[in-house]
Design a binder for this molecule. Structure first.
Ligand code: OSB
Ligand code: MG
Length: 368
C-alpha cells in the first residue's frame, strides 16, 4: 500500500454538556482527523490530543506539527506492508503517541477496506457487541452527580465511572453508592493525588468499587504499587501505561490489577493489541478507555473492545452522550443490555459526513 496524500483537519466539537476532570473543564473537544489517500481508497484516523496538555503533554498543535513535519513525510510514497509495521517505521520520533496512533489508525482503516474486512476481524476480535458504561465528569455538587447518574441509568447504562479530585472524592462516591448500593461503579482521579494525599481515598475501599483509576502521577509506578498494597479495591492504570513494557512492569510490581487501554495513549492499535495479549497472559483484565472520540475513534474503540480479555465495560458511550452532531454518518446507539454493536463494514466501518466535517473544522492542510 502506498499513500499519495494526507489531509489533516483540526476539529472543534461542541459537547452536549461540559466535561470536568481533576485537570479541568471543557465545553468543546478538539481533535485531529487524518484522511489518507492511496490511488483509489481513503482511510481515516483520529488523533485524540486535546487543545490543552492536561491529560497528556500532547495537544492538537504539537500533534499537528509532529504529523505534518515528521511522521507523515516518513510514510508518504513508501511501500507499507502491514499496519503492524507502522509503529516501527515511526519509532524515529520519540513519544507523541497520540499523533502516531491517529496516523496508524488510517492505515488499519485502509487495510480493512482493501481486504474487505472489518477492523474487528483484522484485530482478531470476537464479540459483535461490547459491554459499555458511561464516564461522568465532576458535577456542581454531589446531589447533581446523583441526579446525573439517575439520568444515565434511565438511558440504560449499567456501569458508571465518576471523576474525582481532592475534596470531591469520598463525598461524591459515597453519595452515589448510598443511592445505588448494587451499581457497578468505579472512580477516576486522573493523577490528582500523591502517596501522602491518597489517604483521603482510603474510605473508598469500603464501597465495593470495581476499581480506582490512576490515583497518582503518570510517571509513578512505584508509588502505585505501595498504594495497591493498602487497598483491597483493584487499582487500574490509565496515564501510566504507554506500552506493553510499562504494563509488564506495572503487573510485576503489583502497581495495578486492571489496565485501561486507550489507542491514543499507547501509540496505536498494534501496541493496544500487545498490551491486551500481555495482560491476558498474566491474568490481568483490561477495558477500553475513551477520549470523548468522534465516531471515527469510537469505531476503533468498539473493534478493539471486542477482543476477549476486555473483561470490563468500556468508556464507550452512545454518540448522543457526547455530541448532537458527529462527523460520521453512523451514530452509535446503546442497546437495552448496555452494549453497543461493533461496526462490521470494511475497515473502521464508518463514513464521513462532509457537511458535518465542514462545520467543525477550524483548520486544515494537505501533505504534500
Ligand atoms: O481519564 O479516562 C480518562 C476523557 C478525557 C480525558 C481522559 C479521560 C476521559 C474520560 C472520558 O474518562 C471517557 C469517554 O470517552 O467517555
Ligand atoms: Mg482515566
Amino acid at each position: 500500500m502506498i499513500i499519495k496524500r494526507i489531509n489533516l483537519y483540526h476539529l472543534r466539537m461542541t459537547l452536549r454538556s461540559p466535561f470536568e476532570t481533576s485537570f479541568g473543564r471543557i465545553d468543546t473537544r478538539d481533535c485531529i482527523l487524518i484522511e489518507a489517500f492511496t490511488g483509489d481508497l481513503v482511510g481515516y484516523g483520529e488523533c485524540v490530543a486535546d487543545r490543552d496538555p492536561g491529560y497528556s503533554y500532547e495537544t492538537c498543535e504539537t500533534a499537528w506539527h509532529v504529523l505534518k513535519d515528521f511522521l507523515i513525510p516518513a510514510l508518504l510514497e513508501e511501500e507499507i506492508g502491514e499496519p503492524t509495521e507502522i509503529e516501527q517505521q515511526l519509532s524515529f520520533v520519540r513519544g507523541h503517541q497520540m499523533a502516531k496512533a491517529g496516523l496508524e489508525m488510517a492505515f488499519w482503516d485502509l487495510q480493512g477496506k482493501q481486504e474487505g474486512r472489518c477492523l474487528r476481524e483484522l484485530l482478531g476480535g470476537e464479540s459483535e457487541r461490547v459491554a459499555v458504561g458511561v464516564s461522568i465528569g465532576i458535577q456542581d455538587s454531589p446531589a447533581h452527580l446523583v441526579k446525573s447518574v439517575f439520568g444515565y441509568l434511565a438511558l440504560g447504562y449499567s456501569r458508571v465511572k465518576i471523576k474525582i479530585k481532592p475534596g470531591r472524592d469520598t463525598i461524591d462516591t459515597q453519595a452515589v453508592r448510598g443511592e445505588f448500593p448494587d451499581l457497578p461503579l468505579q472512580v477516576d482521579a486522573n493523577s490528582a493525588y500523591t502517596l501522602a494525599t491518597a489517604s483521603a481515598l482510603q474510605p473508598l475501599d469500603e464501597l465495593g468499587l470495581l476499581l480506582i483509576e490512576q490515583p497518582l502521577a503518570d510517571d509513578d509506578l512505584w508509588d502505585h504499587s505501595k498504594l495497591q498494597a493498602q487497598f483491597e479495591t483493584p487499582i487500574c492504570l490509565d496515564e501510566s501505561i504507554l506500552s506493553a513494557r510499562h504494563a509488564r512492569q506495572a503487573i510485576e510490581m503489583d502497581a495495578c490489577r486492571v489496565v485501561n487501554i486507550k489507542v491514543g495513549r499507547v501509540g496505536g492499535l498494534s501496541q493496544a493489541l500487545a498490551i491486551h495479549d500481555l495482560c491476558q497472559e498474566r491474568g490481568i483484565p483490561v477495558w477500553c478507555g475513551g477520549m470523548l472520540e468522534t465516531g471515527v475513534g469510537r469505531a476503533a474503540n468498539l473493534a478493539l473492545a471486542s477482543l476477549p480479555n476486555f473483561k470490563l465495560p468500556g468508556d464507550i458511550s452512545a454518540t448522543d452522550r457526547y455530541y448532537a452532531q458527529d462527523i460520521t454518518e453512523q451514530r452509535f446507539t446503546l442497546n437495552a443490555d448496555s452494549t453497543i454493536h461493533v461496526p462490521d463494514a470494511p475497515g473502521l466501518g464508518v463514513t464521513i459526513d462532509p457537511r458535518a466535517l465542514e462545520c467543525v473544522t477550524v483548520k486544515r492542510t494537505s501533505i504534500p
